[in-house]
Design a protein. Structure first.
Length: 81
C-alpha cells in the first residue's frame, strides 16, 4: 500500500514511447518518482510503474482536483453500478 497522499500508477501500452508520454503528463501534474518499465507480456507492449504524490499537485491537476472533489464522495463509477 502506498503512503497517505500517494498513488501507485501502472500504465500498460503497446510501445515504451506511449507509456512514457502518459508518465510525462502525470509528472507534469504531480510530483512523481522515476518510472520503472517492464515488458507487458508475451504479446509485447510495456508496463510502466510510478508513484505520484497527490499532496503536491501542480496546475492543471490542482484546479481539476478542486472542481472534482464532490465526485470522490461516491467511489462507484457509472460503469461499475
Amino acid at each position: 500500500m502506498p503512503t497517505a497522499g500517494h498513488a501507485e500508477v501502472r500504465v500498460v501500452a503497446a510501445t515504451p514511447e506511449v507509456a512514457r508520454k502518459v508518465a510525462d503528463v502525470l509528472r507534469h501534474c504531480f510530483a512523481a518518482t522515476e518510472q520503472r518499465s517492464y515488458p507487458a507480456g508475451p504479446g509485447g507492449g510495456t508496463r510502466l510503474h510510478l508513484t505520484v504524490d497527490t499532496t503536491q499537485p501542480a496546475e492543471p491537476a490542482r484546479s481539476w482536483l478542486a472542481t472534482s472533489e464532490s465526485s470522490f464522495d461516491d467511489p462507484r463509477r457509472a460503469d461499475e453500478v
